[in-house]
Design a binder for this molecule. Structure first.
Ligand code: R5P
Length: 317
């Protein structure tokens, strides 16, 4: 595909082949032939098997579990492309791992998200494209252009198709997520409530209070990440105890570590909707109460626009 910026090349890491393939299909651009393999001692070796000299290259790789392997793979792919004279290299990172380590929680602790941003830049990326960063200001950890895409328009489309909007209430599962939940609520004209988690004294369990009247409402919890599932399962219980009729969750990144799928199966949450920013495990893909929306059209469109020097932000107007 030739664009305003020359030939586009799409290179996929191993973190999410299904999504990379779907993005390639959306753009009508084949994935560039490349091999990523391991030496006997598990060192990563990359070989780009096509000419990329002078190309506008997009490397698609989520730094999801196993995070360190996928991150290292991304860095080595970027290095290979830079040495092969790729003209512009965009790291497309649908799920940006380490994002939750974006500040020092205590003395003598790292800011790992900043370290990861430095590594990606030093490897040779010229741009970064990512999705629903844990905190928007992580963009500032990069000194190269960084586009943070939003899954909310596709979630809003899904919500409009499935729910009676008059009965809906959008819920932030913690105080930190209020801006994100409010943004989605505004698009569907739904009121907002907040679950406030508080540990009164060290060692005591958390008390959940609900700010807002959820009685008789269909509640939609909105968050960027679901990991152990604890936040969402506890929030769903708190909402149902306050009289909510049913609780659903729309969450961009399904990290779903450990026993999260089993915890959700046993929970009172009606349905969890996630995106494919992280390749679903078999357990996630077959869970009866988890549904997955594809980000391929969104990311494909954003890549096409970047290649053509067109506005990306207008995708979210
Ligand atoms: C935290 O700030 C994030 O936005 C999520 O709420 C958190 O990562 C969810 O984790 P878990 O599912 O383990 O409760």
């Amino acid at each position: 595909m030739a664009t305003n910026n020359g030939v586009i090349k799409l290179v996929a890491g191993n973190s999410n082949p299904a999504l990379s393939g779907a993005i390639a299909a959306h753009l009508g651009v084949p994935l560039t032939k490349a091999v990523v393999r391991r030496f006997a001692d598990m060192e990563i070796f990359v070989e780009i098997q096509e000419n990329v000299r002078g190309s506008d290259v997009f490397v698609i790789q989520s730094t999801s579990f196993p995070t360190n392997d996928h991150l290292m793979e991304l860095l080595i792919i970027i290095d290979a492309l830079r040495r092969a004279s790729g003209r512009r290299i965009t790291a497309v990172i649908p799920y940006f791992g380490y994002a939750r380590q974006d500040r020092k929680p205590g003395p003598r602790t790292p800011i790992s998200a900043k370290l990861v941003a430095n590594l990606i830049t030093t490897a040779g990326a010229n741009r970064v494209m990512t999705l629903d960063l844990h905190a928007g200001q992580i963009q500032g950890f990069f000194d190269i252009p960084t586009d943070n895409l939003y899954a909310s328009p596709m979630m809003v489309r899904d919500i409009r198709e499935r729910f009676d909007l008059d009965k809906l209430m959008v819920i932030s599962p913690d105080v930190g997520g209020v801006a994100r939940a409010r943004g989605l609520g505004k698009r569907i004209n739904a009121p907002l409530a907040i679950v406030d988690k508080r540990r009164e004294r060290p060692g005591e369990s958390e008390v959940m209070s609900v700010i807002g009247d959820v009685k008789g409402r269909t509640c939609i919890l909105v968050d960027d990440i679901i990991d152990s599932g604890g936040t969402i399962v506890n929030a769903a219980d708190a909402l149902l105890e306050k009289g909510a009729t049913s609780v659903y969750a729309y969450i961009t990144h399904g990290v779903l570590s450990g026993g999260a799928v089993a915890r959700l199966a046993k929970s009172r949450l009606k349905e969890l909707v996630i995106t494919d920013s992280i390749q679903p495990t078999e357990a996630v893909a077959t869970a009866p109460n988890i549904r997955i929306l594809s980000t391929a059209p969104l990311i494909g469109e954003a890549i096409g626009r970047t290649a053509n020097e067109e506005s990306v932000s207008s995708l979210f107007d």
